[in-house]
Design a protein around this ligand. Structure first.
Ligand code: FES
Ligand code: FES
Length: 161
């Protein structure tokens, strides 16, 4: 049975029809064409599908689309503004924090949600924040560096140690 829901994604209102079992990742990718969030495991283990839902990072394969009725979602497509990369995207670029790039949108969205709540993180807090996001390529070091760099950038260039 299809249900119609209203949802705001990257600041834009959408009305979509979903089944009770339809996953958020499938609505984002297949219905709205927002393919930045990737599908890896579909069981909540890899984090490739991470998006922001109501201000917190979630694995969108673990959320039924129907649960998001009347709420707000941000995907990786919603980060750049006026053609300028978000500081997190720029930091990933600057520090070579992506190799194949499959994990990158989820990694950036996990970091984005984390930095909203903790703008002055320690290195350990960063590592903990991305513990649910798997990267098969980079060994994580440059990813952690990128998030540190972005945090400083977002604070206006001041390091908090
Ligand atoms: S696809 Fe969602 S956590 Fe792996
Ligand atoms: S860059 Fe390839 S999985 Fe992370």
């Amino acid at each position: 049975m299809l249900r119609e829901i209203n949802v705001k994604v990257n600041g834009k209102d959408y009305q979509v029809k979903v089944e009770p079992r339809t996953l958020l990742i499938h609505v984002l990718r297949d219905t709205l064409g927002l393919t930045g969030a990737h599908i890896g495991c579909v069981v909540g283990k890899c984090g490739a599908c991470t998006v922001l839902w109501q201000g917190r990072q979630v694995k969108s394969c673990m959320v039924f689309a129907a649960q998001t009725a009347g709420t707000e979602i941000v995907t990786i497509e919603g980060l750049a503004e006026d053609g300028h990369l978000h500081p997190l995207q720029q930091a990933f670029w600057d520090t070579d924090a992506a190799e194949c790039g499959y994990c990158t949108p989820g990694m950036i969205m996990a970091a984005y949600g984390f930095l909203l709540r903790n703008p002055h993180p320690s290195e350990n807090e960063i590592k903990h924040a991305i513990a649910g996001n798997l990267c098969r390529c980079t060994g994580y070091r440059n990813i952690v560096e990128a998030i540190k760099k972005a945090a400083i950038e977002l604070q206006g260039g001041k390091s908090h140690g």
